[in-house]
Design a protein around this ligand. Structure first.
Ligand code: SIN
Length: 503
């Protein structure tokens, strides 16, 4: 087996969190590993909405933090939300300096849009739905031209390397069928979410929660894994992954209608189309289950402006034979974001020495039970930078390195039924019988294929969803439809990991 000694920060994942960490690691060297080619296989480049920040004169970080806390349904850490909001405007400005072409007003100020559950118009966008792509282009270009950053694609994470004291000393990765040990003083996981575990997802399908699973296996504490956000309006044209129809369309006035053309959101929430994301997702789920269908009607609100105003949504619709200028768009909820993750502090430190985490695979405590729209790119930029800056201080350690074996990989013919089961039993609406069935199915797969990181991640979601006997934020149980009196986060620590992970 080859071994590389990297004297700097090792980062697994090349989305916005990973590259923000890499840029912040200077002057230490940053080695970034990604499975897919750069700008593929990461959700950041697919984000349509934009980046939320208190940029307007009528806004204040305290208001942004309050909206973040309210959206999270009792489970947000207010100090972390405050920190995120306070660093928001600087993060947007920094990305603009790197070349992200945010929309501007005539006077040069950032043009902002309103999104659901925000009390102010504060989402910085790029040409309607191009924010993620444009931000990532600027950040990738900067990283590629930074002397301290090296990006290697085609590298799949297979295990974390640890020494006898439990310190994480690097990663075991697979490159073109060969295993390579990469040793480094600090390892940052920025491996994204769990969308690929679901049959209907808006994220790259290779995101299987493997970083989360491997961190849990190594002994890191995992928080709130049951909280999975479903985007209400994935475009239902039979594509996998499902293209997104951004919330900004509803911000612009697009309506949700059933197959008979009746608007239905006012029946579910006083804020109708601008209700919190989980409420809209459940309403659409209910309309579809009732056989009435659900469509996003942007004919009046956007109409002929569609190709210029929302080019990505327009192209996706056309690819499915829908012209959204003249036809309502068929929509369905889809797995979009994982609020749960590896527990970190404000500097991305996990409970394991030498291991940091940032972005969607991490749990900083800012999202609670339901992430506020357009807070994900912001979190990736803010906490990715903080993790990279902290990781650069790590010193080489000399403890005895333990031998690491590559974790099993779940074969694709076993992944397909798992994805169906996750969408059915741990989706928008859940209940005990289905979750028990799901846990049993995951255990049977684990008995057959071993403790594949994807199965560990799936079991964390399913077992903790079963355990949470209440409805809160994105977690809705038909058998426990009300929230519990006391809001409490889930923490799966190494000592109870066996209960949550083992077959
Ligand atoms: C969207 O554009 O609707 C998604 C934004 C987000 O996930 O925050």
């Amino acid at each position: 087996m080859d071994r590389i000694q990297h004297d700097g920060v090792l980062i697994v994942g090349a989305g916005l969190a990973g590259l923000s960490a890499a840029l912040a690691a200077a002057p230490r060297k940053a080695l970034v590993l990604t499975g897919a080619p750069v700008n593929h296989g990461c959700s950041s480049a697919w984000a349509q909405g934009g980046m939320a920040a208190a940029l307007g004169e009528d806004d204040d970080p305290a208001l942004h933090a309050a909206d973040t806390v309210a959206a999270g349904a009792g489970l947000v850490d207010p100090a972390m939300a405050r920190l995120l909001a306070e660093e928001g405007a600087a993060a947007v400005r920094k990305l603009a300096e790197l070349g992200a072409p945010f929309d501007r007003k005539a006077d040069g100020a950032f043009a902002t849009s309103l999104e659901a559950a925000h009390s102010r118009s504060r989402v910085a966008r790029v040409k309607g739905d191009q924010a993620g792509r444009a931000i990532m282009e600027a950040v990738v270009k900067t990283a590629l031209s930074s002397r301290h950053v090296t990006i290697r694609s085609g590298m799949r994470l297979r295990a974390l390397l640890q020494d006898a004291e439990g310190r994480v000393r690097g990663a075991l990765v697979e490159e073109a069928g060969r295993l390579v040990e990469i040793l480094a003083p600090a390892t940052v996981l920025a491996t994204g979410g769990v969308g690929g575990l679901y049959a209907v997802t808006t994220t790259p399908p290779e995101l299987l929660g493997e970083g989360l699973g491997l961190a849990a296996l190594a002994g890191a504490t995992i928080a709130d894994p049951e909280f999975v956000q479903f985007h209400p309006t994935a475009i239902d044209i039979g594509r996998d992954p499902a293209p997104l129809a951004t919330e900004a369309l509803r911000g612009e006035g697009a309506r949700l209608i059933d197959g008979n053309g009746e608007a239905f959101m006012a029946r579910y929430h006083p804020d109708a189309e601008l209700a919190p994301r989980d409420v809209v997702a459940r309403a659409i789920h209910a309309e579809r289950e009732a056989g009435r269908g659900a469509f996003l009607d942007a004919r009046a609100a956007v109409g002929d402006h569609f190709p210029d105003a929302f080019p990505a949504v327009f192209a996706a619709c056309l690819s499915g034979g829908i012209d959204p200028r003249v036809q309502p768009i068929p929509v369905a909820p889809a797995c979009h974001y994982h609020m749960g993750g590896i527990v970190t502090d404000a500097e991305g430190r996990t409970g394991l020495a030498g291991l940091f985490a940032a972005g969607e695979c991490a749990s900083t405590g800012v999202h609670g039970a339901n992430r506020l729209a357009s807070n994900s790119l912001l979190e990736a930029a803010v906490f990715g930078r903080r993790a990279g800056a902290a990781a650069r201080e790590a010193q080489t350690s000399s403890g005895r390195l333990l031998k690491a074996a590559p974790a099993p990989v779940l074969p694709s013919d076993a992944l397909a039924p798992l994805r169906q089961a996750m969408s059915l039993e741990a989706g928008v609406v859940r209940e005990a019988t289905g979750l028990v069935r799901l846990v049993e199915q995951i255990d049977a797969l684990t008995a057959r294929y071993g403790r594949a990181p994807a199965l560990i991640a799936a079991r964390l979601v399913a077992a903790c969803a079963l355990e949470r006997r209440e409805s809160r934020g994105a977690h809705f149980r038909t058998d426990h439809p009300a929230p519990a009196e006391e809001a409490a986060r889930t923490f799966v620590s190494p000592k109870d990991a066996a209960a949550c992970q083992a077959a």
